[in-house]
Ligand binder design. Structure first.
Ligand code: 8DG
Length: 135
């Protein structure tokens, strides 16, 4: 049987210290104990911006304004295929709270290699690190 493919939106939220919000998946989530950009599956009929704004409000209890998609990458896991769609975002109200994640961390991209990332995120992480090293 072909593997299921899911579309997942992930928010790259930057604060005014050039730090990006990173989230640690908890031991009881799929892909446990790996770092990611917070987000989740796009629901049927939903546009990407609506999906990421909804996911962040549900998961982190704060509000973001979604900007542009800056990275798309298809990754094949053993059990499924994910299209990871990374979207730039700005925090517009509230402070992120970890309701499902084990931890949240604001980190500058030069330190991203110190985290153990979900495999699908590695190309986006590398792009963000490369971009930060040029600025
Ligand atoms: N949110 C998010 N998920 C990611 C990333 N990288 C990556 O491989 N994934 C995978 C982990 C999950 O298998 C899937 C997203 O599912 P999820 O469990 O976070 O999303 P969800 O809240 O909509 O799903 P569910 O718990 O209702 O099943 O994509 C990432 O950067 N962010």
């Amino acid at each position: 049987m072909p593997k299921k493919q899911i579309s997942v939106v992930a928010a790259v939220i930057e604060n005014d210290q050039n730090e990006l919000l990173c989230a640690l998946r908890s031991p009881d989530m799929s892909l446990p104990n790996l770092w990611e950009f917070p987000g989740g599956k796009v629901e049927a009929g939903e546009d990407l911006q609506t999906a990421i704004e909804r996911e962040i409000s549900e998961e982190l209890h704060c509000n973001i304004k979604a900007g542009d998609v800056f990275h798309r990458h298809v990754h094949e896991y053993d059990a499924f295929i994910v299209e990871l769609i990374c979207i730039q975002a700005e925090l517009i109200s509230g402070e992120p709270v970890a309701t499902e994640h084990a931890k949240l961390l604001w980190l500058t991209p030069d330190l991203f290699s110190s985290l153990n990332w979900a495999p699908a995120d590695v190309p986006a992480v590398e792009e963000l690190m490369a971009k930060a090293s040029l600025s």
